[in-house]
Write a protein that binds this ligand. Structure first.
Ligand SMILES: Nc1c(C(=O)O)ncn1[C@@H]1O[C@H](COP(=O)(O)O)[C@@H](O)[C@H]1O
Length: 157
């Protein structure tokens, strides 16, 4: 069974990260969900990132707000693909989170989605898994077809 980790810097990020977990589960993916913080639990973050692959995790989605170091630090400690979700912050509405996550130096990529868009993080993780798991690729294709039909059949007043 494919396995994805969804980690976040604080329990307060859950409201933004929940959608990713729901979508992954809907597609039959096993999800490990945890609060992990590069700032508040640095040793645990290191252990989590270093052992993720051995535990069968294939993609990591990391959400964080403000000085959002979690996705980048995680990516520096594992070869697995890391998708960063900039969580909306109180004072700067997530622009700080976005810039913290997206501006990674050469050699340590983090695939960054839009502010608060954990749904796209899940869909990107599924596309990555689809390379290995053909049933997931087929479901993503169907999802795209359904979305297309919905848009084409939209009736405006
Ligand atoms: N950005 C990070 C990291 C990290 O990057 O390691 N750890 C916590 N945080 C963020 O701090 C914000 C406020 O957290 P609290 O609401 O718990 O004070 C959250 O959005 C969290 O992601």
């Amino acid at each position: 069974m494919p396995k994805v980790a969804v980690i976040m810097g604080s329990k307060n990020d859950w409201e933004y990260m929940k959608d990713a977990v729901d979508i992954l589960k809907e597609f039959g993916v096993e999800v490990e969900v945890r609060v992990v913080s590069a700032h508040r639990t640095p040793e645990f973050m290191m252990e989590f990132a270093k052992t993720a692959s051995q535990k069968g995790i294939e993609v990591i989605i990391a959400g964080a707000g403000g000085a959002a170091h979690l996705p980048g630090m995680t990516a520096s400690l594992t070869h697995l693909p890391v998708i960063g979700v900039p969580v909306p912050s109180k004072n700067l509405n997530g622009l700080d989170s976005l810039l913290s996550i997206v501006q990674m130096p050469y050699g340590v990529p983090v695939a960054t989605v839009a502010i608060g868009n954990s749904k796209n993080a899940a869909l990107l993780a599924l596309r990555i898994l689809g390379i290995k798991y053909s049933e997931i690729a087929e479901r993503i294709k169907k999802f795209m077809e359904d979305m297309k039909s919905e848009v084409l059949n939209t009736k405006l007043p």
